[in-house]
Ligand binder design. Structure first.
Ligand code: GDP
Length: 421
């Protein structure tokens, strides 16, 4: 697969059972990007049965099987390319942790395809994912009105669903350009790679055309090194080895680095990636490394590694914009849920609710409200109960978003506006 094309991270979002997995399977199939092992397995089985050909159903069976086995690759992190771009599907909801992953940076999508089933129309998770996408900085949404085959490919039903989705998008100020709405059947393959004869009333793009026409993302920022630590190992012959993914900047052998909030520093001695020693690592690289003078008990999961002369910020308090997605009652000052940001999990107290925002315009609707509830957007000040390294999302978006969890559920998503150190 051509890797010299510009890269785009794509999320496939939408209500459960509306056809996200099927659409992913279809995209992989139509672009000839089905994982090698699936093709291999099929060749063997087809040979045994004396059959040739390559059926879409077979791809889906394999993806479903992987899902059932709980294989982590699942349908996330699959790749395919169009003429112009090389796409990675960064995550797909339906996994329990999707919302959390989407927020805490496991999946930094630039664009998303919102799948809405034509028979069901807008459903609760359609709404939730649209709100989240907005908060998390997804640039462009393509809306796929799926399962058109179940409504006899009727234009009237398509228009109804489009109108309902547009209403939702307007509320959160997403582009409602007609070019981004496409009636499809992921199952039958209508309007995915080729214009469907079943919907001659539609003269817009196919899904692949719309993906190919997405705006190019601005090049990665020249932000300083930020590497959230996932685990810390002791490896004989090497010593202490923190591991994690480089989110921004470059990790280089010989560089002076600092771990925050543990507040220790030293010189990078070795870097290992895929069991090989390397001199440097870039954003997206998963590495294990060793730092002179830093022992196993000096650092921990949730620390962020950065340059010693531009260390990660540690928040005394921070101001954030949040969207409350679900909460059985109301959120008031004094509430202390757990914040999940990058690899850190820290209880934080809502010190004040500064402003409630109008979700339609983003403008201030109320100063210092007494409470906020599900569906509300607000600016709040949070005080971590233990040191927490976090960054303003305007400076380092990768470390500027978080999930608020309580009672085993994601109750809100947020992005950091300001850090008071
Ligand atoms: P997800 O939960 O959003 O990933 O949904 P799935 O892709 O697992 O699809 C849910 C069900 O809808 C499955 O039984 C699919 O076969 C079916 N489905 C998905 N897309 C279509 C479609 O375009 N037409 C029809 N008739 N069924 C579909």
């Amino acid at each position: 697969m051509a890797q010299d094309k510009p890269h785009q991270n794509l999320a496939i979002i939408g209500h459960v059972d509306h056809g996200k997995s099927t659409l992913v399977g279809r995209l992989l199939f139509e672009t000839g990007s089905v994982p090698e092992h699936v093709i291999e397995q099929h060749r063997e089985e087809a040979a045994e049965k004396g059959k040739g050909g390559f059926e879409f159903a077979y791809v889906m069976d394999n993806l479903a099987e992987e899902r059932e086995r709980g294989v982590t690759i699942d349908i996330a992190h699959q790749r395919f390319d169009t003429d112009k771009y090389y796409f990675t599907i960064v995550d797909t909801p339906g996994h329990r942790d999707f919302v959390k992953n989407m927020i805490t940076g496991a999946s930094q999508a630039d664009h998303a395809v919102l799948v809405v089933a034509a028979d069901d129309g807008v459903a609760p998770q359609t709404r939730e994912h649209v709100f989240l996408s907005r908060t998390l900085g997804i640039e462009t949404l393509i809306v796929a009105v799926n399962k058109m085959d179940t409504v006899n490919y009727e234009e009237d039903r398509y228009r109804e669903v489009v109108d309902a989705v547009k209403k939702l998008l307007t509320q959160v100020r997403f582009d409602t350009d007609d070019a981004r709405f496409i009636p499809i059947s992921a199952f039958e393959g209508d309007n995915i790679a080729e214009h469907s004869e079943n919907m001659s009333w539609f003269d817009g793009p196919t899904i692949l055309e719309a993906l190919n026409n997405l705006p190019e993302m601005s090049p990665p920022t020249d932000a300083p090194l930020r590497l959230p630590i996932q685990d810390v190992y002791t490896i004989s012959g090497i010593g202490t080895v923190p591991v994690g993914r480089v989110e921004t900047g470059i990790l280089e052998k010989g560089a002076s680095v600092s771990f925050q909030p543990s507040d220790v520093s030293g010189e990078v001695k070795t870097i290992e990636m895929h069991h090989e020693e390397v001199d440097r690592a870039e954003p997206g690289d998963n590495v294990g490394f060793n730092v002179r003078g830093v022992g196993k008990d000096d650092i921990r999961r949730g620390d962020v590694c950065g340059p010693a002369d531009d260390p990660p910020k540690v928040a005394e308090t921070f101001q954030a914009q949040i969207v409350v997605m679900q909460h059985p009652s109301v959120v008031t000052a004094g509430y202390t849920p757990v914040i999940h940001a990058h690899t850190a999990q820290v209880a934080c107290t809502v010190e004040s609710i500064d402003q409630k925002l109008d979700p339609a315009s983003g403008e201030v609707a109320e100063e210092n409200p007494d409470f906020i509830k599900a569906g509300d957007a607000a600016i709040v000040t949070l005080r971590p109960q233990k040191p927490l390294s976090i960054e303003p999302s305007s400076e380092i978006p990768e470390l500027g978003s978080f999930a608020i969890r309580d009672m085993g559920q994601t109750i809100a998503a947020g992005k950091v506006l300001e850090v008071n150190e």
